[in-house]
Design a protein around this ligand. Structure first.
Ligand code: ADP
Ligand code: NI
Length: 216
């Protein structure tokens, strides 16, 4: 199996298991992350196959929803899809390592990632901010029966991982615990430039949101 074929097999599998997902890890999130990562990679110069495989597989077994061991599950999937022999074990292990550490789990995982992992982490973070990020946050909040905002509740900027997972705060709080922090966490210059614009858009959104909340 050549590298183009591996990508097709993995892409088809991920599409079939994530189409219609409603927790923010739907197929279109994966498509956006893969294409942003490819764009960032044009200047970052990582291995395009590793970038795309990491992007495609990064949310298949999310710790927020998957109870088992994520590395074991990814290894089993690689075998099940018949793509293992096409790349070295070192490459697969590197991809799995990056996936285990690139997500936000209530706090920022400081584990150093490979260049390709850093690129996908930037793309994943970019998809959590800006107009798309705002839409995803309210979609997630709605799926969890959360209020959009509650001006009687104090905004809590940083919670623990457990609080983040089980949290029942209003969705505007999520901007302060995560979304507004992402701009300063970008790994690549290209990612930082895109984040800057998306961050400004969220600040404008929040300013307008509060104006309207006050009945202006
Ligand atoms: P990622 O795909 O970036 O790893 P997560 O798995 O943390 O993101 O969450 C998926 C999406 O749901 C993201 O857009 C994220 O900002 C949003 N989300 C996660 N937790 C909350 C929350 N408590 N309130 C609102 N949105 C959330
Ligand atoms: Ni993601």
């Amino acid at each position: 199996m050549d590298q183009a074929e591996i990508l097709t097999v993995v892409r088809d599998h991920v599409r079939s298991c994530s189409l219609g997902e409603s927790t923010g890890h739907d197929w279109w999130h994966v498509v956006r992350v893969a294409s942003l990562a490819a764009k960032i990679n044009q200047s970052a110069g990582g291995d395009p196959i590793k970038v795309e495989l990491t992007a495609l597989l990064h949310d298949v077994f999310d710790e927020k929803f998957y109870e088992g061991n994520v590395a074991d599950a990814l290894n089993a999937l690689i075998d099940q899809l018949g793509v293992r022999a096409a790349l070295s074990n070192e490459i697969w292990d590197g991809i799995i390592f990056d996936i285990l550490h690139l997500g936000f789990k209530g706090g920022f995982d400081q584990t150093p990632l490979s260049l390709e992992g850093q690129i996908v982490q930037d793309a994943d973070r970019l998809d959590a901010i800006g107009a798309i990020g705002i839409a995803r946050a309210f979609a997630y909040g709605g799926a969890k029966d959360r209020e959009i905002y509650n001006s009687d509740e104090e905004v809590v900027a940083v919670g623990t991982a457990a609080e983040y997972r089980s949290g029942s705060r209003h969705t505007i709080n999520h901007f302060y615990e995560k979304l507004l922090l992402l701009r300063d966490r970008m790994n690549t210059p290209e990612g930082r430039a895109i984040a800057e614009q998306r961050h400004k858009y969220m600040e404008e959104f929040l300013a307008e949101f509060y104006r309207e909340w006050e009945g202006e």
